[in-house]
Each structure stands twice: as C-alpha cells, then as structure tokens.
Design a protein around this ligand. Structure first.
Ligand code: HEM
Length: 420
C-alpha cells in the first residue's frame, strides 16, 4: 500500500502519482482525513470552482510519529483569522489580490528584470577559474533571495536571516519535521513575523517605491476609509510573498539547470534562440514544477470523478501529477519543446488563485539560464544522479544541491543575456 508521506515516495513521487491517476483519482488517504486529487481534469475543475472548493483553511499535512499522514488544523502566527490572499476566498481574496497586483506593475517588473540580470551575472562571474559548481548554492538561491529582498524593500543585509526564516516556515509547512524541529520552526516563524512587523512599521513612517511601501500606502488608504488592507493583513501578505516567492523560484531554477545537464543539444540552442529558453522553462515547470500541491475544503456536499465529497472535506490538488496526465500531455514523461499545449500545465495553479509571481519566476529562471549559458559552453552533472536529493517537503520540491561541471564558452563573441 502506498504511503504518501513515506520518504522514498516524497523523494520520487511520480510512480505513486501515476498509480493515483490510474486507480484512485480521488484518493482518501487512510486515517488522515483528506483526499488526493491527481488527474488533470479534476484538478482543473476544482481550481475553477472556488465556490465549492474553498481556499479558506489553515491545515497542513503532517507525518506523525508512526510515519503516517495526518491532517493538522493550524493557526498562523500573528493572524487573527485564516483569511489572507492564498488562504482567502471571495471579496477578501479579491481585495488582497488587487493590492498585490498593483505592486507588480510592468515598470517595476522591468526594473526587476534588469536587476535580476545584474545579480545573475555577478553570480556566474564567480564561476571563472573553477569548473565544478553547486549551482543551487551559487546561483539558484542568491538570485531569488536578493531579488525578492529588493522587490519588497527589505535591507540587503537581512538576506541570511530571511533565508533561515523561510527555511523554517517551509519546513513547518512541509509536513515532514519532527516534533522537536516543529518547536524550533514555530519559534523561528514567530521571530520572522515580529521582524516583518518591525519592517512594516518603518515603511509606514517612510514608504518607499517597493512592495513594503505599497502595502503601507494600502493600510493608510484603509485607515482613511478607502479600499485597502489592515496592518495585520499587510504583514501576512508580506509573509506569503517571502515564503511563497523565494524557495519556489530556487526550485524552478535548479530544476531547469538539472534538465539542461541532460540536453546538450538544447543547451547549444539556448544561446541564441530565446523561444527555446521560454519553452524549456515551461517543460521544466510541467515535469518538475516546485509546487507539489495545495489544499481546498468543500463548502457543500459534492461529487468529483464519481466520488462523493461531503461538505467540509479537505482535498489536495496535486499540480505535479496533473501535469503528467497522459490524457492532457501525450508522452507526458518526455521533455518535449514542441508540445502544442506547452503552457497548459498547472504548475502555477489556475483560476482565482493563479500564482501572482508566475511572470517574475519565469523571468528569473530565464535570466539565470541565459547568464549561465553566457559563460558555459557545456554543462554536465558532476555527481552520481542517484545522489541528488530534494529538500524533504510535501509542499515545495527543490533540489538540495546540484553539482555541475562547466566547460567554458568557446566563442570569443560576448553573449549577454537580454533583459526584459
Ligand atoms: C517557480 C516559482 C513558483 C511556483 C511554482 C509557484 C506556484 C504557485 C501555485 C501553484 C499557486 C496556487 C496556489 C493555490 O491555488 O492554492 C501560487 C499562488 C501564489 N503565488 Fe506562486 N509560485 C511561484 C513563485 C512565486 C513568486 C516569485 C511569488 C511572489 C513573489 C509568488 C506568490 C504567490 C502568491 C501571493 C500566491 C497566492 C495567489 C492567490 O491566492 O491569489 N509565487 N503559486
């Protein structure tokens, strides 16, 4: 019998997902009180029907001491109610989305794109003179960490602390931490929240041209009785942006470079063919998207794929499984750049909760690939593939490290990645 939280299944979930799609598309996890939804059409249906499938829940899947899955109801630090952005419905959700959507304006994204390029070039410049690099530590982490820090308007010297705090917040949500680790995660997450509150209060006094400043202005608007958000909501939104924006992008950049090590002919084409880079990223998200799954709760009795789901049922949408569904993606296990529906994957979700950072994450991954491509004529995995491990988590899938060997760029002509 499959156990969704067994370490080998968490590391290699694909055979389990294939079994689910074939045999049990709405799968009750024994004794755990939730269902796994694995087929493309069903995940699509649930994502679109936010009336029946609410995001307003605070629950995480945990592995208990006996190694079994269980659903844990949680409360989030500093949040009076579980109703903020990713875990809100209806008008509350729409109002948070409007505030965050405004802060991701095209002009700011353009500025971020130039900044991303600077950061990525700085990272790959350090590869000179060495032919073995762990690209997770040397590129995939520093790029989104610094970019997100700047986008939000947090001090650059806070990056090491932000990295530690996001690690703890994600380990807590990742469902595989021991009791002892959970206690540590909770303490660190509380400290993280207090830090964000402090930074937020500074921004209220001096709002800058960044996300913190925008959120501070939205709080002022609400205080004047206009459309905006409360202070606690602004801080919770900040929390979601930091925690949801960094590790996911680290995962995507790492997975894309990992795929590149298998595809020397595509690596050559990535130098000049921008559309190859774009499709390469979409196929990486489809096959190895970092978001594993998100939960919903039914607001009424309903039926899915012939199975009854009583009101109050919790379901997990397995984006990664849906993305390997043969009915939607023929030869789903193959990396194919010429798929007519290459962007139909659900790696960034779908519907009202579609990822707000999708364009940012795609841009960062493109810039990372191009900066690396500019210095590396060839790239190869520099360890036994069986040694590669993902961080243990049921929330976000990302490689712990990715040692690669790099052969220098032969051409004398400088190849600068393009911004924008
Ligand atoms: C490769 C990188 C990323 C992946 C794979 C990813 C994946 C996802 C997915 C699957 C959802 C939908 C969740 C649901 O339906 O319950 C989502 C929502 C969200 N993502 Fe991302 N994400 C990424 C990067 C980012 C970045 C860079 C940011 C921001 C800086 C971000 C911010 C958000 C927010 C705020 C939401 C909630 C949106 C809402 O509920 O309306 N994400 N993301």
């Amino acid at each position: 019998m499959w156990n969704p939280v067994a370490p080998d299944i968490v590391e290699h979930p694909h055979p389990f997902w294939a079994w689910l799609r074939r045999e049990s598309p709405v799968h009750p996890v024994a004794g755990a009180g939730y269902f796994l939804i694995s087929r493309y059409d069903d995940v699509l249906h649930v994502s679109r029907d936010s009336q029946t499938y609410s995001s307003e829940l605070r629950a995480i899947v945990q592995r208990d001491d006996a190694g079994r899955a269980r659903l844990l109801q949680t409360r989030i630090v500093g949040q009076p109610q579980a109703r903020v952005l990713g875990v809100a419905d209806g008008e509350v959700h729409a109002s948070h989305r409007r505030v965050v959507g405004r802060t991701f304006s095209p002009s700011r994204m353009e500025r971020m794109s130039r900044l991303a390029l600077e950061i990525a070039e700085r990272c790959v410049a350090r590869f000179e003179g060495t032919n073995r690099v762990d690209v997770v530590a040397a590129l995939a982490i520093p790029l989104p960490l610094e970019l997100t820090t700047r986008l939000l308007g947090l001090p650059l010297e806070d990056q090491p602390a932000l990295q530690i705090w996001t690690d703890h917040a994600l380990r807590m949500a990742g469902g595989l931490a021991s009791e002892e680790e959970l206690a540590e995660d909770l303490a660190q997450t509380t400290a993280f929240h207090a830090y964000l509150e402090r930074r937020f209060d500074e921004a209220m006094a001096h709002p800058g041209d960044d996300v913190l400043g925008d959120l501070a202005r939205a709080v002022r608007d609400a205080e004047r009785g206009e459309a905006g958000v409360a202070r606690w909501e602004a801080v919770a939104i900040l929390f979601q942006l930091v925690v949801g924006g960094i590790e996911t992008t680290v995962g995507l950049i790492s997975a894309a470079i990992h795929h590149a090590t298998h595809q020397p002919e595509l690596w050559s084409r990535m130098r000049d063919e921008l559309e190859v880079v774009a499709s390469f990223i979409e196929e990486t998200i489809r096959l190895d998207g970092p978001a594993i799954g998100n939960l919903r709760r039914t607001t009424r009795d309903t039926e899915l794929a012939g199975c009854s789901l009583p009101e109050g049922s919790t379901v997990a949408l397995l984006w990664g499984s849906a993305n390997r569904d043969e009915s939607q993606f023929p030869r789903a296990e193959c990396f194919e750049l010429d798929r007519p529906n290459i962007k139909a994957h659900l790696g960034f979700g779908l519907g009202k909760h579609f990822c707000l950072g999708a364009a940012l994450a795609r841009m960062e991954t493109r810039v990372a690939l191009q900066a690396l491509r500019a210095v590396a004529g060839g790239i190869a995995l520099d360890c036994d593939p069986a040694e590669l491990r993902h961080k243990p988590s049921m929330g976000i899938r990302r490689l712990q490290s990715l040692p690669v060997s790099i052969s220098p760029q032969k051409s004398a002509a400088p190849c600068r990645p393009r911004s924008g």
